[in-house]
Design a protein around this ligand. Structure first.
Ligand SMILES: [Cu+2]
Length: 154
């Protein structure tokens, strides 16, 4: 509660000054009273500015949320058909998922040496992969070396 904190400290301070002032005379007291009013106003002003800063921060958080929402992870599909990957080359964002679907009546693999390997994907089955590293990954089917595809992770 910053408003109360500042308000109370200002009041205690001015009460102290006022008791001093009552000893010294009314002109000084009036001057202090004006100062007191001013300092209370500036405390309120500060509190209001802080409140505005909180609202502004909330606004920033909201726009950050919108940016985040715009870059939500996507699931991409690569179809394996007629002993070929379609699309042959795919570019995704890190955090996205790729699903390879085998529409051929025989098994295939999605194999990138040192990076990922689906092992055998049966006819009609699929394999899902979510890359953790950015880069270009050439991959192939270990059963059909002529099948070649590329996955770019940005
Ligand atoms: Cu194959």
């Amino acid at each position: 509660m910053p408003v109360f904190g500042i308000g109370c400290r200002t009041l205690v301070y001015s009460a102290h000054l006022k008791s001093l002032a009552s000893l010294k005379g009314s002109i000084f007291d009036k001057g202090l009273h004006r100062m007191n009013t001013l300092s209370t106003l500036s405390a309120l002003d500060l509190a209001r500015r802080r409140a505005l800063a909180v609202v502004a921060a909330a606004g920033l958080a909201t726009s950050a949320g919108l940016v985040w929402a715009a870059e939500k992870p996507v699931t991409h599909t690569v179809v394996m058909k007629a002993t070929s990957y379609a699309p042959l080359a795919l570019t995704i964002k890190r955090g996205d998922t790729v699903v390879w679907i085998n529409e051929d009546p025989f098994p295939h693999t999605v194999t990138s040496a040192g990076a990922f390997d689906s092992k055998s994907i049966a006819a009609g089955a699929s394999w899902k992969y979510k890359p953790r590293k950015v880069g270009d990954f050439a991959y192939t089917c270990t059963f059909h070396p002529n099948m070649k595809g590329t996955l770019r992770v940005e």
